[in-house]
Design a protein around this ligand. Structure first.
Ligand code: ATP
Length: 306
């Protein structure tokens, strides 16, 4: 009997707060992150197959995405198969909308989508906690793409606890054609801290600022704007100085907060409501930027039923 395919949708993310600790001996950084899943999605279709294969298309440039075993979605499917002892393969068809190497966790969303899809396709019915554990082995942002909504991440960002959030937050995103490598941005951050270009107290406490949690709980974009922070921003701007112009334009066009998303180069602009977001989008588009209006929080990776 042929099992019908499974379709899953998984969101990209913004870090509305991202504090990065010092480089540790294991090569990683501890972080304190407030994640918000936003309405820019990856769509994945999984069908039974003898081997593990993948096709990738999308509304963003996918030419740099590996279409083989290096792809995070294929790695996710293989990891699940090995964990549950599934002997067959899967064909994955991904339609990407999250910019590649854009600092929005698109690859992690694909991995989360593949875990959810293959779990349903192969009938393994793992618990959410088991999927989260597998996700954490694939990448720090995969557990959040499974969870969605709003969450606080500590450790490498993968030790998650859901955060209470009310209402909806409207954002305008400006995407760039050329991505930024996350390890390169972390490397630049370490360099800027080591040479004193960025003041950095190694002993600082790594916690999401209480004001962020209050603002999210109150559904108050103006309050959230006061606490938006991204330690990666200085490093991303050092590599791509032109992003500073984009951020300044957003400020002038009325954004409540303008910030680089994760490791960049996507920039995110917080608006007070839908109408203000539309105005912001128009101003940024008029200046020649590729501007998208999204909102959050939205659900994590989930099956779409026909
Ligand atoms: P981060 O989660 O670190 O913020 P990002 O959002 O900046 O990552 P991604 O789009 O997730 O970046 O991908 C980063 C790199 O991972 C890509 O340049 C690509 O080489 C590789 N990669 C592997 N699998 C995928 C995938 N399914 N989609 C996109 N990139 C992938």
């Amino acid at each position: 009997m042929t099992t019908p395919g499974v379709r899953v949708r998984a969101p990209g993310k913004l870090n509305v707060f991202f504090e990065v600790g010092p480089l540790k001996d294991d090569g990683f950084h501890d972080v304190a992150s407030a994640y918000q899943a936003v309405s820019l999605y990856e769509d994945l279709w999984a069908e039974d197959a003898d081997e593990f294969t993948i096709a990738i298309s999308g509304t963003v440039d996918v030419s740099t995405v590996p279409a083989d075993d290096r792809n995070l979605a294929v790695r996710a499917a293989r990891l699940l198969a090995k964990t549950i002892g599934h002997t067959g393969g899967v064909h994955l068809d991904i339609v990407k909308h999250v910019p590649v190497a854009g600092g929005m966790g698109g690859g992690s969303a694909d991995a989360a989508a593949a875990l959810v899809a293959c779990d349903a396709l192969w009938g393994s019915d793992l618990s959410h906690a088991e999927l989260q554990r597998l996700g954490a082995r694939l990448g720090a942002d995969v557990p959040f793409a499974l969870m969605g909504g709003t969450a606080i991440g500590t450790g490498r960002g993968d030790e998650l606890s859901p955060a209470l959030a009310k209402g909806r937050f409207d954002w305008v995103l400006v995407t760039s054609e050329a991505g930024l490598s996350t390890p390169e941005v972390y490397g630049k951050l370490d360099e800027l801290r080591d040479n004193g270009a960025i003041a950095f107290a190694r002993s600082q406490v790594r916690d999401v600022a209480p004001g962020v949690l209050h603002a999210l709980r109150a559904g108050d974009p103006s309050a959230l704007a006061e606490h938006v922070r991204n330690d990666m921003q200085a490093a991303a701007l050092a590599i791509r100085p032109e992003l500073r112009d984009t951020l300044e334009l957003g400020d002038r066009a009325g954004a409540l907060a303008s910030v680089v998303s994760g490791s960049g180069p996507t920039t995110a602009f917080l608006a007070g409501d839908r109408e203000s977001a539309l105005d912001l989008q128009i101003s940024l588009a008029a200046a020649g930027y590729h501007a998208l209006h999204v909102h959050g929080p939205v659900a994590g990776a989930r099956i779409l039923h026909a």
